[in-house]
Design a protein around this ligand. Sequence first.
Ligand code: SF4
Length: 344
Amino acid sequence: MAIRANIELDAGAKTFATGLLIELIAALRCMRPGDLMAVFGSDRAVGTELEAWCRFTRNSLVDATVEEGRHRWVIRCGEAPENADAGRPVGSRLWLYTNFDCNLCCDYCCVRSSPKASRRALGLERVRRIASEAAALGVGEIFVTGGEPFLLADIGDILRACAATASTTVLTNGMLFVGRRLETLRGLPRDRLTLQISLDSPTPERHDQHRGAGTWAKAWKGIERARAEGFRVRLAATVATEAEADEFSQFLDSRRIGEQDRVIRRIALRGFATKGIALARADLVPEITITADGVYWHPVGAEDADLLVTPEIFPLADAFAAARRAFEHEQAHAHRLATIFNCA
Ligand code: SF4
């Protein structure tokens, strides 16, 4: 599905040399930071010019598609929100997408998980090999995400394999801790495992609007149950605005939940989301992410072709090297442009 833009600019056959630049600047003057502009054109080479111009002007080219024989590029006005992870070495965090299917169908899910999504399982044997090879590669933290990981019958073994290698966090909607799955939870190690449970708002309304009726109450019950079982629980909210983020922060403050046990992030314009922050590869410091389909740049786009690093997972050292090379290439490109356009 094409990303919806605030402004559409039909460039026709124009290029930067024949008047497109002036039209771009005029359109940008009508935009606010975060707004999106779609540029249509017939000349494929404009994409390369747009990419260079975006890097130089600190806007971002976030999408490029071809529709009915015409090229469509989407530009985000302004820089992405500051990336708190910018200083973290590439490879210190490792993300695993274990399955992709989910008991929920959230309207902003960045990887299109749902009960209808087919299972793309990484599988216990691959997780064990990843965990054993990750130990020698400087991985300090492993994050396990689904869809919903607790749908898997062998999630207990998967989490134990990860926790034996590094401090591990499992991301869950917290709604399945009953019966057999509660027993699985009870069998997990408390010392190296954190549960990150999604809760989007202080009260059910907004959470349920995105995730389905009754889900806030079930998630809250899951949070209480996990805590009662002795697990460290981190609350993770996905929000649409800064005001929603502030409101949730105040809620966590009132509950005396510390900074280390909370994550508040904005909706990314990926997957099912129709609104949110449009993010390109150049906006993201890589956090190596492994799925059944290969190795990706970042968990926010773990099924998107623009963030695929390599379809080959093993040897893991080669996959890590490919991600680092790609990052160095990004940085070198940005540096080269800064030099080319150095005006003083
Ligand atoms: S956001 Fe999480 S809980 Fe919601 S559909 Fe996606 S994987 Fe499932």
